[in-house]
Design a protein around this ligand. Structure first.
Ligand SMILES: [Zn+2]
Length: 232
């Protein structure tokens, strides 16, 4: 039987493209690649990708900063002991009584915690260009000894990056689950605008990007609910 309530329970899907303005260096421990100490992450067929977990981590961090700036109590991720619901149980600031009692902060309501599933799913962003058409780029670097302010001996390393200045598009989606609170989309989209670069070596000019975000209507009431005191 079709339940009316289930018809409105659709997840929201937001198409997202990161256009890399410089070159990208998103490495991962254990990934293998060409002659680089830190190879870029690829799919089995060779296409380049930005891991969704990495983007989600950055989004969480930026949302935490925004929520704190708006005056919300926010737990300390990623250590379970300093996260909700652990710290929320004994801290009245974390408790909301609208509907069921809650011990989860605004951020955990979106991104989850050890006791609450995430209501936001972030795709890996995959480069649409065929990697066979892309040159392999290795960028040399040296490790600097901060104390002596000199280059360390024998510490030349190579980063693999995407090609420079070719505006490579990396494409994926953000999925908001049906039970995701309305303020989540507003907060996450605001956070995206605070992520001008991804991956390592940003100060060396790597990873700078422009977001193209799919059409999405955000209700004014969702923005209003981010103001302290109007929490759903
Ligand atoms: Zn929390």
């Amino acid at each position: 039987m079709v339940q009316l309530s289930s018809l409105s329970q659709v997840q929201t899907e937001i198409p997202l493209t990161a256009v890399i303005d410089s070159a990208l260096c998103v490495g991962a421990g254990g990934s293998t690649g060409p002659w680089a100490d830190k190879p870029i992450v690829r799919l089995a067929d060779g296409r380049l990708l930005i891991p969704g977990s990495q983007l989600k981590g950055r989004l969480r961090h930026e949302c935490e900063k925004l929520a704190r700036a708006l005056g919300w109590p926010v737990c300390e991720s990623p250590v379970a002991e300093t996260m909700c619901p652990q710290i929320g149980r004994d801290n009245s600031e974390f408790q909301r009584t609208a509907g069921e009692p809650q011990h989860h902060c605004l951020i955990c309501q979106i991104f989850g915690n050890p006791a609450l599933p995430s209501r936001l799913i972030v795709d890996d962003l995959i480069c649409l260009e065929n990697s066979k058409d892309l040159p392999e780029v290795l960028r040399p670097g040296v490790t600097i000894n901060r104390r002596r302010r000199t280059a360390e001996d024998q510490k030349l390393y190579f980063l693999e990056t995407s090609p420079v200045n070719v505006q490579l598009p990396f494409v994926g989606h953000l999925y908001f689950q049906p039970d995701c609170p309305p303020y989540a989309r507003a907060l996450v989209l605001a956070a995206l605008h605070h992520i001008p670069a991804l991956g390592g070596s940003k100060s060396a000019g790597l990873g700078w990007l422009t977001w193209q975000i799919g059409d999405i209507d955000i209700d004014q009431s969702a923005w209003e609910s981010l103001k302290v005191g109007n929490a759903p």
